[in-house]
Structure formats: structure tokens, C-alpha cells
Design a protein around this ligand. Structure first.
Ligand code: GLN
Ligand code: ZN
Length: 758
């Protein structure tokens, strides 16, 4: 019999109960016992749901109180030195590593492969001595057994991926540390074996990235050592997010089963399966349902894929499952009561994806006729959305078509534009500005809430927003900034704001996804053709401009960021969706220009996160990103200055892309990684203008004038003063009014001092 399985299930609960409990605990409104009780009941509830759906292999240990990578580090006693004096087993220590405390800063957090989930980066010293502090998997395994008679499938992050994601040691110490970890993994697995676990899932997503032969040998050695110490428990080596590069070597690794993603990478895993087959003695866990998107699948296609798979793998050695953990999709569609039915019926969140898994497995085991009715219903639901008018805006489609084979570009080359712009704007050397948002006070959030609920009429809300713009234009003038902004007070979120104004987007009520710790995001759904029907930002920006003689910079979110922070339709390519968004932005930019706004910033903070995992795929993505950005921004006059902003520091591999975007000015992070960044720009002899963040906005600390003089001077060692802008490293919406005023005042003073030196 073919089995159904889940790789991982969302931990946040149907209505973010998980988040609420954590935050209540952090605020000391509930005790640790109360927190643990709530977490346990959520966990049991999630297991029970999966059992009721009829999933055979239900994961245990995928649950976390914060993050699964942190769980792994703590389980092996690998905690940063600065927390070592604390009780290592205490829950407080666990949260302190993730969030910091009065005495010690939090561990770094970074994106989990190509997702918007962030994990806590383990800090491991070269001479660390890992130990098994607590076998958390055993605990969860027993809990599932006792409470629900589930023989769970423990899930653990594999040693190779775990170490590859860690920092604090040099490359040469990698193998030494790995050797110390492997026996602990063996111990964990043996204890699970003794407790009666049948399968254990070992996640090695690193296998879906570009690896060297050396890496593969290493992986082979690790799993050889593990496998030879186990007897009855079966190891399932799980990969996800993309196809594996070294298919033949990976499927022959010494484990009992291999989990592959059959959705992404244009079916490369399936092609390889067809070509090279699959070892007869192994189980294949086939990730056929997309764990990264939210659409009901075409189950006929899935069934025919499974037929292909069955021609190579015996049915009894097959497991049907999603392509990755369901951590990356919302929990259930059933709580969405306000969506249009034709959209709602075409959606599948975690629970509905498991229903699909069940249908596919039943079809294989009991025959297609036993699920025929369900297949029909699913096909109908899809068709209704697919055929709906919202998906087929012919005007938009023909506009995209008209750009085919056309290369969007500015009328003039940069050096010419630069002259025209300098003439036009007459800014001083080292112009000072900010990134877009100003403090979103509780008062502003409350006002928006009242307006959304209908307690406030449009007029009242607009007047309130205008008052904030007025106050801050005045404040920015007093501070002495050269280029002003309107402050983004009317925006809740930089993607949602635009999505609500554009056609083709839908918003859900509870479709949250964990982003990091207790923070969840609710991505919009791009379900139809994207169209601009009226100006989105002109009202607020022209109002701000009417209040001052100084330049006010318009503020938009770029096409790649809007795409990457949404759930996107799958019936057309991502590139086509991006082009639709870009054309909508192109129109908005025209509106702004026609209203005398000649400096326009188009933010792309999410450009880097969509980068494919494998190096050879990255160029295509980056080329498309460049195309979309230019499509949006290059139909402007030469004097119109296009800015862009990205807030991260790993620029190495995308340096050329940044240049190709052809934005006149780019502002980026940060005081923290200055040296490296400047070197990047030097390397490609970047000629356009750059605003390197001269202070870090992620902390309430007000940086001193001297500190910023230093940062500016350091940058000027490699960048020409004509090229350099002075700004904070990101938007200021999370900061308070007084600290923001103080910091910007110091920034302007620091700039004045440096100008006098030059
Ligand atoms: N303009 C946005 C802001 O200032 C940019 C946010 C971002 O980079 N994530 O908030
Ligand atoms: Zn930013």
C-alpha cells in the first residue's frame, strides 16, 4: 500500500493561537506552565487533524516554540557563549538566544533557503563539544503515542544542513564538528528506535542547493555512519524547495528512503527519475503537492505524474506527500468567510493540501473510481476561477504582449542623465534624505483601524493623514534634510497597500504564515490580471510637495517585491505576473511625473530572497527582475531621478544586477557591514549614486554625530563625494518620534561637518 505523509505542519494554529500564547508569556501575562499547556493542546490538536484526514505518516517534533534550527542547536547544547551562564535547559534561555535580553544580544536571524521564514543562526565555536541535552523528538514521539495512539514520524534537521547553516567556525573545522555531531544523531535515532518509531525523517534541504563532489562524499560518509548503527528504524532523507543536483548519487545514499520535490525546478527530479530510475530497495517519498503555494492542484496531472513514478517505483515503496513542510502556507481555508466563492473554492491551505494527498493516495490504493466525485469537484472549482473574468483582462494581456521583444530603457545614458539631474535638482554635496516611512505611532494605527471598521469616514481619515504629513514636512524642514518624504502614514504594509489598490489581488482574514518567531505575515493573493485603475499614491505625495519648496520623493514598492511577498497565481508564469505589476507601476510613475514629482523611489527589498537556490538558475531570475524593474521605471524623462532601496548586505552575487537596474540612486544597508559593501561597489566600478545607511534603524539608540561623521568619511574613502547620499539604512516606521528626530538631526549635523571638510 502506498502511504500518505506530511513533512511538517504549520505550528501557529488556525487563528494564530501560538503567537498569542508566546507573546502573552513574554509580557508575563501567563506563566510558563500555562504557556506549555496551551502549546501542548495546539500540538495535539494539529496531530489530531492530520489523523482525522487520514494521513499515515504524521510528523512529530516539527512543532517548535520558536524555530526548528534553534531547537536543534539547543538540543545539542550548542548555545552562544554569552548565554552559557544561564540554565541551559531553561525555556527562558531558549527565548533569550532568539530575542536577546538586557545583557546579551540575540543571535542573528536569516532567511530559510528561498522562503520568507527566518531561522536563528546557530553560533558554534571550532572547539565546541556538543552533547545531547534532551531528546526532544523522543518526548514528542511519546506524547503522540500516549494521547492519540499515533505512531509518529519524528522529524529532525540533518547534521550536514545544520552545520552548513551555522556560523562561528572556519571551513576547515567543519568536518571535525560534524564528526562530533554524528554520534549524537545516532543516539537520538537509537532512542527513537527503542521507543518503537518506524520512520524518522531527516531533513537535508542543503541537498537541493549547488553542491560539490566533496560535499556529496561527506554526506555519504555521514549517512553511512548513521545507518550502520541502526536496525529497525527506517531513515527517510528529506530534500525540498528544489530538485537535487546530483540525482543518482543522492538516491543511492545509504538510507531507507529519499524524499524529493516533484513540483519545483520544472520537474527536474521527475525527469531524472524517468531517466535513471530509482533504487529497488528504497522508499520514495514523492512531494507532488506544492507546499509553497495555495492553489488547489490539478489532480489529474498529479495522478499521471504518480503513474509515471509507479512505473519506476513499486507502489508499496511509495509515499505521497507535499513538496515541503506546510509551515510555509496558511492553516485552513475554512475560516475564510469573506472571500468570493469562486476564489475560495480554488484555494488549498495546509489542511486542504492534506485532503489532496489523501485523495491521491486513495486513488492509488483503492482505484480511481473511489475518488472520482472528489476529483470532479476539484476540477470544477479550478475551472470556475480559471475561466472567471478577473483572470482575463484582455487589455492588460495585450499590453504585456506589446512589450514582447522590446527592451525598456531610459532615453539617456546615466552620465548624461546625471548632469541633467544635478542641474535640475540643485542639491548640495552629500544630499541628506530618508528611506520612506516615518514613525507609525499607535495613534496612526488606531486611526486606520477606526477607518477600516467604518467608525471613521474617508474624509476624517484623510484629514488625519494630512495632519501627520504636515507635521512631518515641517519637522523635516526644521531638521534640515535636503530631500523630504511624505512618511507613508497611510500605508499599513508596503505590499498590502498597493495590492488593495490594484485589480487582481485578494486579501484573506486569517491566512497567516510564520515569518520569524511569533511574527506572522499575511501575504496577499494575486489571483487575476493585475491592473491599475486609478492613481495609488499621487494624493498624499502631491499634498506633501505642496507644503514645501524642497523636493519630495515619491515612494513605491517594486514589482519583484510585490511578487515575492504575495501568493501568486500559477496559470501564467511569474514573469508575466511581474510584467503586469511593472506596467501598473509604470502608469503610477507617469501619474507622479505629470503631477510634478520628479524624484521617485521604487523599493525592492525582496529582490534577493527570490534568488533560486542553484547558481545556474540565478541568472534567469535576475535578468527577469532587471527587466521588470526597468519596465516599471524607465519610461520617464531624463531629469526624473529613479531611486531604489534594498535593505540587506549580502550584495556580492547580485552586484551586476544592481547596476543593470539602472536606477539613478540606490540606498542600502547599513552601518554594520560597511567595509564589505563598499568593496563590492568598487569591484564593478559603480558610477551611479549610492546612499549607504549611515546608521542602523533597527535599534532605538540615537547615534552620535561623531559616529556618523566616521561612517560617512569611511565611505568617502572609496566613493566620490558627488556619488554619495546620506540616509539611515531603512524606513523609520518602527521607531518613535523623538528618537527619530534626534537621530536625523545628528545625521544632518554630521553631514554638515563632513561637507565642511571636503
Ligand atoms: N519605503 C519603505 C519604508 O521606508 C521601505 C521598507 C523596506 O525596505 N523594507 O518603510
Ligand atoms: Zn529597507
Amino acid at each position: 500500500m502506498t502511504k500518505s505523509s506530511t513533512i511538517g505542519y504549520p505550528r501557529i494554529g488556525e487563528k494564530r493561537e501560538w503567537k498569542k500564547a508566546l507573546e502573552q508569556f513574554w509580557k508575563e501575562n501567563i506563566t510558563e506552565t500555562e504557556l506549555l499547556t496551551e502549546m501542548k493542546s495546539l500540538r495535539i490538536n494539529d496531530l489530531k487533524k492530520q489523523k482525522d484526514i487520514g494521513i499515515d505518516l504524521i510528523p512529530v517534533g516539527d512543532f517548535s516554540m520558536y524555530d526548528q534550527v534553534l531547537d536543534t542547536a539547543v538540543m545539542f547544547g550548542l548555545i552562544p557563549d554569552r548565554f552559557k551562564h544561564q540554565d541551559e535547559k531553561a525555556l527562558q534561555t531558549y527565548f533569550d538566544i532568539a530575542r536577546g535580553n538586557d545583557k546579551a544580544v540575540a543571535s542573528e536571524m536569516t532567511k530559510w533557503f528561498n522562503t520568507n521564514y527566518h531561522y536563528i543562526v546557530p553560533e558554534i565555536e571550532a572547539d565546541a563539544e556538543p552533547t545531547l541535552v534532551e531528546n526532544r523528538l523522543l518526548h514528542y514521539f511519546q506524547e503522540a503515542k500516549e494521547k492519540l495512539a499515533i505512531n509518529g514520524k519524528p522529524v529532525i534537521l540533518g547534521p550536514v544542513t545544520f552545520l552548513k547553516l551555522s556560523k562561528g567556525f572556519e571551513k576547515k573545522d567543519f568536518n571535525k564538528l560534524l564528526k562530533k555531531l554524528v554520534p549524537l544523531y545516532i543516539q537520538v535515532l537509537q532512542e527513537l528506535e527503542n521507543a518503537g518509531a518506524e520512520w524518522v525523517q531527516i531533513d537535508e534541504p542543503i541537498l537541493a542547493t549547488t553542491l560539490t563532489e566533496e560535499d556529496i562524499t561527506l554526506v555519504k560518509d555521514v549517512y553511512q555512519s548513521i545507518q550502520q548503527e541502526l536496525s529497525s528504524i527506517k531513515t527517510l532523507l528529506q530534500t525540498y524547495f528544489e530538485a537535487v543536483d546530483h540525482y543518482e548519487e543522492i538516491v543511492s545514499l545509504p538510507v531507507d528512503g529519499i524524499g524529493l520535490d516533484f513540483v519545483h525546478d520544472e520537474g527536474a527530479n521527475l525527469d531524472n527519475l524517468k531517466k535513471y530510475g530509482f533504487p529497488e530497495d528504497k522508499t520514495l517519498a514523492a512531494g507532488v503537492i506544492n507546499g509553497r503555494n495555495i492553489w488547489r492542484e490539478n489532480l489529474d496531472i498529479k495522478l499521471s505524474q504518480l503513474e509515471t513514478i509507479i512505473s519506476k517505483v513499486e507502489k508499496k515503496r511509495l509515499i505521497v506527500q507535499p513538496s515541503c513542510s506546510l509551515l510555509h502556507v496558511p492553516v485552513t481555508v475554512t475560516t475564510e468567510t469573506e472571500l468570493q466563492p469562486h476564489l475560495k473554492n480554488a484555494l488549498a491551505f495546509a489542511d486542504q493540501k492534506l485532503d489532496e494527498i489523501k485523495i491521491l493516495t486513495d486513488s492509488l490504493n483503492n482505484g480511481r473510481d473511489t475518488v472520482e466525485a472528489k476529483l470532479k469537484e476539484q476540477a470544477q472549482s479550478r475551472e470556475e476561477l480559471w475561466k472567471s473574468a478577473s483572470r482575463n483582462n484582455h487589455e492588460v494581456q495585450s499590453e504585456v504582449e506589446s512589450w514582447k521583444d522590446v527592451e525598456p530603457k531610459r532615453d539617456q545614458h546615466y552620465p548624461t542623465r546625471q548632469k541633467i539631474q544635478h542641474e535640475f535638482f540643485q542639491l548640495p554635496l552629500l544630499p541628506t534624505t530618508t528611506i520612506g516611512s516615518l514613525p507609525q505611532t499607535p495613534e496612526i494605527r488606531q486611526a486606520r483601524l477606526k477607518w477600516r471598521k467604518g467608525d471613521w469616514l474617508d474624509q476624517q481619515y484623510d484629514a488625519f493623514i494630512e495632519k501627520n504629513i504636515r507635521e512631518w514636512i515641517q519637522r523635516q524642514e526644521e531638521i534640515g534634510l535636503d530631500v523630504l518624504i511624505h512618511g507613508e502614514f497611510e500605508r499599513n504594509d508596503m505590499v498590502e497597500f498597493f495590492g488593495e489598490k490594484l485589480e487582481g489581488f485578494a486579501f484573506t482574514r486569517y491566512a497567516w504564515v510564520q515569518s520569524y518567531g511569533s511574527r506572522c505575515v499575511k501575504p496577499p493573493i494575486i489571483y487575476g490580471d493585475v491592473a491599475l485603475t486609478e492613481p495609488m499614491t499621487v494624493k498624499e505625495i502631491t499634498y506633501a510637495q505642496s507644503l514645501t519648496e524642497k523636493v519630495v520623493k515619491g515612494m513605491l514598492t517594486g514589482p519583484i517585491t510585490i511578487l515575492n511577498w504575495s501568493f501568486v497565481r500559477e496559470d501564467i508564469s511569474n514573469f508575466d505576473v511581474t510584467k503586469q505589476i511593472a506596467l501598473a507601476l509604470q502608469k503610477e510613475i507617469k501619474f507622479l511625473e505629470n503631477n510634478d514629482i520628479h524624484m521617485i523611489q521604487v523599493d525592492e527589498p525582496a529582490l534577493r530572497e527570490g534568488l533560486p537556490l542553484k547558481t545556474e538558475k540565478q541568472k534567469e531570475y535576475l535578468d527577469e527582475a532587471v527587466y521588470a524593474f526597468k519596465l516599471a521605471t524607465s519610461a520617464v524623462k531624463s531629469e526624473t531621478q529613479i531611486h531604489t532601496h534594498m535593505c540587506y548586505s549580502e550584495f556580492g552575487e547580485i552586484m551586476n544586477t544592481i547596476d543593470q537596474l539602472d536606477a539613478d540612486v540606490i540606498s542600502i544597508e547599513t552601518a554594520r557591514s560597511h567595509g564589505e559593501l563598499i568593496a563590492n561597489f568598487e569591484e564593478i566600478s559603480y558610477e551611479k549614486e549610492i546612499g549607504l545607511g549611515v546608521y542602523d534603524i533597527h535599534s532605538p539608540r540615537v547615534p552620535s554625530v561623531d559616529e556618523m561623521v566616521n561612517n560617512i568619511s569611511r565611505a568617502l574613502k572609496v566613493l566620490h563625494p558627488r556619488q554619495f547620499w546620506v540616509n539611515p539604512d531603512c524606513g523609520l516606521k518602527t521607531r518613535g518620534i523623538s528618537e527619530t528626530t534626534a537621530a536625523l538631526t545628528n545625521m544632518v549635523e554630521a553631514t554638515r561637518q563632513v561637507r565642511n571638510l571636503n
